[in-house]
Design a protein around this ligand. Structure first.
Ligand code: CP
Length: 337
């Protein structure tokens, strides 16, 4: 695809070559994301960051990614701080905000809303999550992490064995990730969820039609026994009618060190898009996994910066100028990476 000037609304936009191009650009962002070099390639550019649902990682890492390329961020968080609360349409909001920004990242609780906004926008729009539908940049950073973790273990995304665990009905990250995985070859995919929270049929069909070996089950332990990746998700309480309804499913599929040691192969990578629900009644990934070197959840969040920097650089067409606008950092940077 042509990245310069494009919206990023769905992973369905990507072919395998596009993903490889994003990953190549993401790898080039490491010196900047890891605070060894500074670039000012987006000096003067403004990101409109519009988040109408709670977010820590996506909102802040889109903002930091833009800052790390030298740009400025203008934030709107929550409907209550936007004229949408006074009845303004997405169309009018998009016409206005795209006059103030060079690019926009947006999260909205309704499926299709970010695409509706993008259709009226005069600048590129990146979908930071639209209801239970899609979360393209999360899927890209998850896949980047999978590639990197598998590379470190002598494997690849092709022939990957993966278990996706939890709320597969409302979890937009797993929807986007499964669509991306469909572009690869020969995967074994276990979809582990309560039957009421199964993966949407259309996505299961897409994976089956891609030749992957897909199973759906409510049983955790035997289905995490022979996988490379165990990818856990939170019960998406905000998509349920009530907290009580979400409570029916919370805590059904817990992974802790004991269950991991008893069932998983020793190198199985543990992933989660975060936030993990750490309340006692949930704990889908227990804190006792924190010392497990195969817990990749914070490598995922770090990789989010690389992937989001790559998307900005590609869409604003500055990938080749990043290094020429750079210098070494002058402050103490520690050894966090
Ligand atoms: N993974 C993710 O979307 O996290 P946030 O809700 O914190 O952005």
């Amino acid at each position: 695809m042509q990245f310069a000037g494009s919206h990023i609304l769905s992973v369905n936009q990507f072919q395998r070559a596009d993903i490889e191009a994003i990953f190549a650009a993401a790898a080039r962002m490491e010196p900047y994301a890891h605070r060894r070099r500074i670039t000012h390639v987006l000096d003067g550019a403004i990101l409109g960051s519009m988040f109408f649902e709670p977010s820590t990682r996506t909102r802040v890492s889109f903002g930091c990614a833009f800052n790390l390329l030298g740009g400025q961020v203008s934030e709107t968080t929550g409907f209550e701080h936007s004229a949408i609360a006074k009845g303004e349409s997405l169309y009018d909001t998009a016409r206005v905000m795209s006059g103030y920004s060079d690019i926009i990242a947006m999260r909205h609780p309704e499926e299709g809303s970010v695409a509706e906004f993008a259709a009226a926008s005069r600048v590129p729009v990146l979908n930071g999550g639209d209801g239970a539908n899609e979360h393209p940049s999360q899927a890209l950073l998850d896949l980047y992490t999978i590639k990197s973790e598998m590379h470190g273990r002598g494997g690849s995304i092709d022939k990957l064995r993966i278990a996706l665990i939890g709320d597969l009905r409302y979890g937009r990250t797993v929807h986007s990730l499964c669509r991306l995985l469909s572009l690869f070859d020969g995967l074994t995919v276990h979809l582990i969820s309560p039957k009421e929270l199964r993966m949407p049929e259309e996505i299961v069909e897409t994976m089956c039609n891609s030749g992957h070996d897909v199973s759906e089950t409510e049983e955790l332990e035997s289905h995490i026994a022979h996988v490379d990746i165990a990818y856990s998700t939170r019960i998406q309480e905000e998509r349920f009618g009530s907290r009580e309804e979400a409570d029916l499913y919370r805590g059904r599929f817990r992974l802790n060190q004991n269950i991991y040691t008893k069932n998983c192969e020793p190198n199985t990578v543990i992933m989660h898009p975060l936030p993990r629900d750490s309340r006692a009644e949930a704990r889908e990934l227990d804190n006792d996994l924190n010392a497990n070197p195969n817990l990749a959840i914070f490598r995922q969040t770090d990789n989010g910066l690389l992937v989001r920097m790559a998307l900005f650089a590609m869409i604003l067409d500055v990938v080749e100028q990043v290094d020429s606008e750079a210098r070494d950092v002058g402050w103490y940077t520690g050894s966090r990476y």
